[in-house]
Design a protein around this ligand. Sequence first.
Ligand code: NAD
Length: 534
Amino acid sequence: MLIGKALLTDPVHTKSTAFTRAEREQYGLRGLLPYDVASMDKQKERVLESMRSKSSDIEKYIFLNSLLERNQRLFYRTLIDHIQEIMPLIYTPTVGEACKRFAHIFRKPQGFYITPEDRGNIAEILKNWPEKDVRIVVVTDGERILGLGDLGANGMGISIGKTALYVACAGLNPAHCLPVMLDVGTNNKALREDPLYLGYPHSRIHGDAYRSLIDEFIQGVQIRFPGALIHFEDFVTPHAFEFLDGYGSKVCCFNDDIQGTAAVTLAGIYASSRITGKKFTDLNVMFLGAGSAACGVAELLVAAFCTAGLSESQALQRIWIVDREGLLTTKSTNVKPRIVKFTREYPEYNFEDAVDHIKPDVLIGATGVAGTFTEAIIRKMTHANQHPVIIALSNPTSNTECTAEQAYQWSEGKVIFASGSPFEPVRYADKWFRPAQGNNAYVYPGVGLGIYASSARFVVQKMFLVAAEILAQSVTDQELSAGAIYPAITRVRAVSHTIAVAICRVAIQEGLAKTQLPEDLDSYVKSLMYDPSY
Ligand code: NAD
């Protein structure tokens, strides 16, 4: 049992100034604390005051990260109670800046690092992680961090941020979550030449050397933390699909950029139909960008259309994909294998002409390139639809296809807009619009909680389909009338709980649950949710 200074400085067990007089006596803390016995609320107030006094978001990020290192419960209590204000500071968009400057703002190691020098010993070194009951492993190799490209070991900021959201948004216990950086080098020369860079200072390993290291890592996790859910994050598209296809039916894993994005976007489409009144199976959905995000969404859309009664070929006809060279058709070259099924015999229109001719109901941006939804595009969408649905997924904010303000201005307030990064409410023609954030945090934490609760052996597509349905149903009529197609983020824990219960049901139906689950899934899942209080 910890006592004295060791207890006071232990981030998991400390209560800092909230230790009672009796506890101060019992644990040898007298003299180590100022007189006042603070409540958690009072501590939270102090945190908020300090955080808000910082002059920039990155300063706030650094401050919050140090709080996590000092007092885990206070950090999560503050984050949960002020999620709307704090989530953008610990995740997108601030985390993008934090990753770029990771080596310069580094204070204390968090998470687990694996490099090619650990080859042959990964299972062994995983023993060094102090927690023994890890249920979720968030892993990146840092090669495609948000829309920022190869950030090498700096990508650890993403694994840490995603882990924090598992805890805050779905109540996973922090002890069950492990952020991992598979540091296989970086091809970002500027980073390698940065004297403060903290990562493996070589070019990326590739081919067999890379794949065998990934394989050893996956095996290592099975040995050390059997059954843990592996969450792949921010791998480049070919690797993202390769690992999902290769490991998806062998170990419990998913890729959030593909499957989490897919579910959150599908939920937005479902909810938008509640505003437009259009029948889901009648929708024409166009994507700009044919990367992992678009492909994941398109594949889940096909499954959703089929569930709603279309045949697979009818479903494919509802989806249009445009990349740099224009609309992807059977004549297009260099189409990624996974995208081929979405090509069709059609004229090779450029983006504007494709919008003109096809008149999509829904337009989804997944390019990573700002400004690609131009005024002309938004006007064409508005001309074709009473309420065009525009989902600009690209992160961070500086890379979004168009801003919320542009979307409302150019559509004269008619657009139903959502984006990957958060935007402030927009006033247009005396009406306030609340742009919704298609944040993966609405889906993956709840899915993770459901997998943990059911000890599911694998993650299946149906889990993301039900997560999308639940998320769409959770949007209130009032939110819809303000133009929002996602619920207020303040309700994310309740949404995650409902998603997790549904995931348990899928796990039972599909014979994936490893254990007999109680009948009252609602209470059971609730009982597993971490609630940071003293
Ligand atoms: P990716 O690199 O795999 O794909 C990007 C695709 O866009 C490529 O096919 C590229 O050729 C195409 N492209 C680039 N410029 C273009 C242009 N001007 N016109 C047409 N096509 C163009 O990236 P990804 O993993 O698919 O992610 C794309 C973006 O989506 C990133 O910014 C990422 O941060 C964002 N994203 C957001 C969420 C979310 O907010 N929920 C989730 C996942 C990804």
